[in-house]
Design a protein around this ligand. Structure first.
Ligand code: MG
Length: 351
């Protein structure tokens, strides 16, 4: 079963909303392992519908929590069987990497840093930074995040890396002093959503105005996309927050609304995601058509599924999902938490 992304206009508001859907069961989409009927949910999300809309919306927002305990119906054993821990697979990884160039892609929040209440304080540990630095000494390495590229760089502070911010819509290569050491076109700069900058800024200001009265709500400008965090908002205010966000963007057909881990993501409607960023970087490194490359991607969120899907479609590389709870995923392997991502990088270097 393959996850794909479908952009569907909201029934009443016309707001394009993107949902990851599991194919071929196109009537279903995954929310942290639970499957909800898309058409039914969209109907419930339509403005002015009855109280069921509110319940469906709350269910969706609750399901985005990384700390949610799996229900009794979710089968950990079966999930682990099909998505074994990456920490137990290093002999297989070493065999797969033989004679190939490893390229490492790392999500930031929830992968290199823990998920925290204040997104401005999602700091990377010095141990994790060292692990990333050691990997980057040996292999081309990239951070692929929904955050603003500059903000991710401020957290990581490693100039030898590629950085793909704004869900891959803002890609820049390593600093010049690292360029000559590597294969391929290293003077990378890719910003496919530049035309959307004025609209993004306009909507950012409108969102701040519209949600500032809701305690705990935080609007983050990621330059080519926006995030509205509700991790610190009381649950009784979630529906109001969601309605305010939808109200702001309803007149912007150029933008779409996605849902991440306790966050609404507002992005341009262009077809460009973390999967495109991975393909772009592999091409820039000279490995577009090559079979001599082993991309490794580690991530924790729905947006990382686009990258996992690309690896599956290329039939190349290792997708590793960071998650304690069973989820529908295109990744082949799993890790429980960011500290295990640090251990994995150390093993990649050792092997
Ligand atoms: Mg993440």
């Amino acid at each position: 079963m393959t996850n794909q992304k479908m952009v569907i206009p909201d029934a009443k508001s016309g707001i394009p909303m993107a949902f990851p859907i599991a194919m071929p069961d196109s009537a279903l989409f995954p929310l942290n392992g639970n499957l909800f009927p898309v058409k039914k949910l969209l109907k419930k999300l339509a403005p002015n519908a009855n109280g069921a809309r509110i319940n469906a919306l709350l269910d969706s927002m609750r399901a985005s929590s990384p700390t949610r305990r799996p229900s009794d119906g979710e089968d950990h054993g079966s999930w682990n069987l099909h998505h074994p821990s990456a920490l137990t697979m290093f002999e297989e990884f070493t065999a797969a990497a033989k004679g190939k160039q490893i390229v490492v892609f790392l999500d930031y929040d929830g992968t290199l840093s823990p998920i925290v209440e204040d997104p401005d304080r999602a700091f990377i540990t010095s141990e994790m930074r060292e692990a990333v630095r050691d990997v980057a000494k040996l292999f081309p390495s990239a951070i692929v995040s929904g955050r603003c590229r500059a903000k991710v760089y401020d957290f990581v502070k490693l100039s030898e890396l590629y950085y793909a911010g704004s869900h891959g819509m803002d890609i820049k290569g390593p600093s010049k002093r690292h360029i000559s050491q590597r294969k391929g076109n290293q003077t990378v700069l890719c910003q496919p959503a530049r035309a959307f900058l004025p609209i993004i800024d306009e909507v950012y200001r409108a969102l701040i105005e519209q949600v500032m009265h809701i305690p705990g709500a935080k609007v983050e400008n990621n330059r080519f996309c926006l995030s509205v965090h509700y991790r610190c908002v009381e649950e009784k205010k979630w529906v109001e927050l969601a309605d305010q966000v939808k109200l702001v963007i309803k007149d912007y057909s150029q933008l779409r609304l996605n849902h991440g881990r306790k966050v609404f993501e507002i992005r341009p409607t262009i077809k460009w995601d973390k999967g495109n960023a991975v393909e772009f970087l592999l091409e820039s490194l000279g490995y577009d058509e090559s079979s001599d490359v082993l991309p490794i991607y580690i991530g924790d969120d729905r947006t990382d599924e686009d990258a996992f899907r690309v690896l599956r479609e290329r039939d190349q590389g290792l997708g590793i999902l960071v998650s304690k709870a069973p989820k529908e995923t295109n990744a082949s392997y799993t890790l429980q938490e960011p500290t295990e991502a640090s251990s994995t990088q150390k093993q990649i270097v050792t092997n």
